[in-house]
Design a protein around this ligand. Structure first.
Ligand code: G6P
Length: 366
């Protein structure tokens, strides 16, 4: 009811603003990188793991896609991410040394549970879930678990569940890296420090809301939008497009920016805003040339740059500058303005933000 909403208009907005608290709670018990954070006997399991298979649906699938970059670059563990409803019906080559990781806000999504049971039936008994509900079937049926502490999420479009999943997945990456002897004390200290800083960093990003509102005014009367990202931020572009579709009913697509010339460039006109997630990382120069390709076709860019990225607003380029440069945890921060963009665009269009048409919060039937 209204009392629970406090100063917010919708649950989604409230949940977006709860993210500093949700991530802080999720990481609260973390003093150092300790395998037992994932359950008794976790170290023994982690030492035997040679690869990771992530299974999930919807927004949870995109957090898995992000984690793949961390697991391969930091823990050096080959990682596959698969949509649960595809995996369960496909012939695969089971490997008992694979850690099967399910990601789920509710812990009750039918396809994800079925995919887990399918993996187990193939002899893969090293199972772990990143889940927001400690009493769920997912937690009961996995050997290991990390329970995120987002709290109840009511808006159908997932927000704080996503960022807390990312926090849990980053922790999993560090624990696996350590179990494999691939994490120096210095690296551990650096990563733990960065995780501790997340709540404050999220708070600072939320303060960008007025700038995002001004972008949303441009988006409200559009029917199509394109989201671009590269590397670690490609899944964030996908999640940004999903949020926009779900609650504004604007058709949105996300592309790995390098694929622009292989198709979506044909769609670019001044009527199709192009959102670009552009932190100052190794891929920035490549991304800038993708942006020029968009500008050359009259496309209008909406760029999320970080503090170190020297891209300025000019004709056809709208820049929101993030307060810092965040390194590997950058996806957790860059997703927030995209959540706010979808939210405020939906408000401007007058859609039912918390209960978008045709969608359910938890899909417990196939
Ligand atoms: C539904 C929800 C999404 C969610 C997905 C997976 O589609 O609307 O927000 O990401 O299910 O749900 P889960 O509870 O498994 O994360």
């Amino acid at each position: 009811g209204a009392a629970e909403l406090g100063p917010y208009r919708h649950y989604m907005q409230k949940e977006i603003f709860e993210q500093p608290r949700a991530v802080a709670d999720t990481l609260e018990g973390v003093q150092g990188i300790v395998p037992e954070l994932f359950g008794d006997g976790a170290l023994r399991v982690f030492k035997e793991v040679n690869s990771v298979l992530i299974l999930a649906c919807g927004t949870s699938y995109y957090s898995g896609c992000t984690a793949k970059y961390w697991l391969e670059s930091i823990a050096k563990i080959p990682t596959q991410v698969e949509i649960a409803s595809e995996y369960r019906y496909r012939d695969t080559v089971p490997d008992p040394s694979t850690l099967v990781v399910t990601i789920s806000q509710s812990g009750e999504t039918a396809d994800t549970l079925a995919a887990l049971r399918h993996a187990k039936s193939l002899g893969m008994d090293k199972t772990l879930t990143i889940c927001n509900v400690s009493t769920s079937a997912m937690v009961r049926e996995c050997k290991l678990a990390y329970v995120t502490r987002a709290g109840a999420e009511i808006g159908v479009a997932s927000t704080k569940a996503f960022t807390t999943q990312l926090a849990g997945l980053f922790l999993l990456t560090l624990v696996l890296a350590q179990a494999k002897g691939r994490l120096s004390d210095e690296e551990e200290a650096q990563h733990v420090k960065a995780m501790r800083h997340l709540p404050a960093a999220l708070q600072a990003v939320l303060a960008l809301e007025p700038q995002v509102i001004s972008w949303s005014e441009d988006f409200a009367n559009k029917e199509n939008a394109l989201f671009l990202g590269r590397g670690l931020h490609y899944p964030i572009a996908l999640e940004g497009a999903l949020k926009l579709k779900e609650i504004t009913y604007i058709h949105a697509e996300a592309y790995a920016a390098g694929e622009l010339k292989h198709g979506p460039l044909a769609l670019v006109t001044s009527e199709m805003p192009v959102v670009t997630v552009a932190p100052n990382d190794a891929l920035l120069e490549k991304l800038k040339s993708n942006m020029q390709e968009v500008r050359a076709r009259g496309g209008v860019l909406y760029v999320l740059a970080d503090a170190d990225t020297k891209i300025e607003s000019e004709e056809g380029i709208h820049v929101i500058r993030m307060p810092e440069h965040y390194g590997p945890l950058s996806p957790l921060l860059h997703v927030v303005p995209l959540q706010l963009l979808a939210y405020h665009t939906a408000c401007a269009r007058g859609t039912d933000v918390d209960k978008p048409r045709n969608l359910a919060k938890s899909v417990t039937v196939e």
